[in-house]
Ligand binder design. Structure first.
Ligand code: PHE
Length: 349
């Protein structure tokens, strides 16, 4: 045996040992490169063949190739072994406990304001009212002029307004929809019964009970022989839907330019049932909305003859309803979108 063959035999033994001792795939790869790579000892031996005689070369060459193939095979075996061990280890450490409860996907829910709007809409739809949605950006004409509030009318000061131009503004209440519907309505087809919920804007400084934007619902019933008793009955029914069957309502005289007579409507306190508590400020009554019999000037402005037709209108604050119903003490909660607040009222729509 030539010295080169001896050297190769030693290399094979030592190489196999090293390969078998590899503890992970990275180490194994390092060994493979070192042993079988271009700069490795086997390549070195093959290079040394130039010093051999022609007769010796084929035997040494084929021996070297055998050694290389044998080592490559040991590498492959070891690789398979290490890969298998890795999978087994993963299986042991990364077992999935199928009995653990899954993650609940977060599903959106209706905002508490939307819930109150929906409840009110359902109530009025049930009484034969239709629901309309107007424009947040409104003409001054519909927001004030047609509602018996001509320019310079002091009542305009009751609603501090965001003007966009002289004639265009952010609506300050939902009454413009009432004027628009009145103007459109064909009374030969029957009375006009409508409610209109939406967002309104006023130049108020935000605090716990004021917001420069909030929600209102207004409604009106205009037809023949519509009386204040109809107003009371309609509101009583709606209030009982929202605040409970035992609620009583009472009217107090008030002033609005678009109604005459005008009233403030109170409900008997749902917390203390009239005995007096912090919610009703110890009066037993809570003020919840404004209403009245539609002013003849409003009817005239919309082209409706007040000698034949008349009726009532009312406006309520949806935020205030929600605050009362759910005992919320700060209106700003509705507009901050803090999920911790919102999820308390989760009712899947
Ligand atoms: N538009 C009035 C307001 O926002 C509310 C209201 C409507 C009062 C209809 C009476 C009749 O203050």
């Amino acid at each position: 045996m030539s010295t080169l063959q001896e050297k190769l035999t030693q290399l094979q033994q030592k190489g196999s040992q090293d390969i078998k001792a590899a503890s992970d795939l990275k180490q194994l790869n390092d060994i493979r490169v070192k042993l079988l790579g271009k700069k490795g000892p086997i390549t070195e031996v093959l290079r040394g063949m130039r010093d051999l005689t022609k007769e010796e070369r084929p035997a040494v060459g084929s021996f070297a190739n055998k050694v290389r193939d044998a080592l490559a095979e040991v590498v492959d075996q070891k690789k398979a072994e290490l890969e298998q061990a890795k999978i087994e280890q993963q299986l042991a450490t990364e077992t999935i406990d199928v009995t653990l409860p899954g993650d609940q996907p977060k599903i959106g829910a209706h905002h508490v304001i939307s819930q109150v709007i929906e409840q009110l809409e359902d109530t009025f739809l049930g009484m034969g009212f239709k629901v309309v949605y107007g424009y947040e950006v409104e003409e001054e004409k519909y927001n004030f002029e047609m509602l018996n509030m001509p320019k310079d009318h002091p009542a305009r000061d009751m609603q501090d307004t965001f003007y966009i131009t002289k004639d265009v503004l952010m609506r300050t209440h939902m009454s413009p929809d009432e004027a628009r519907e009145l103007e459109k309505h064909d009374f030969s087809q029957g009375p006009l019964k409508m409610v209109s919920p939406g967002r309104v804007y006023r130049r108020d400084t935000d605090d716990a009970t004021h917001s420069h934007q909030f929600f209102q619902m207004e409604g009106q019933y205009i037809g023949k022989n519509v009386t204040m008793a109809d107003l009371k009955g309609t509101l009583e029914f709606a209030i009982r839907q929202i605040f409970g069957e035992e609620r009583e309502i009472r009217f107090r005289p008030s002033y609005f330019p678009f109604t005459e007579p005008s009233v403030e409507v109170d409900i008997s306190c749902f917390k203390c049932n009239g005995k007096g508590c912090d919610v009703c400020k110890h009066t037993g009554w809570i003020e919840v909305l404004g209403a009245g019999m539609t002013h003849p000037n409003v009817l005239k402005a919309a082209g409706v003859d007040p000698e034949i037709y008349g009726g009532f209108a009312f406006g309520l604050g949806i935020d205030r309803f929600a605050m009362l119903k759910y005992g919320i003490d700060d209106i700003r909660n509705f507009y901050q979108n803090d999920v911790r607040f919102l999820t308390q009222f989760e009712k899947r729509g």
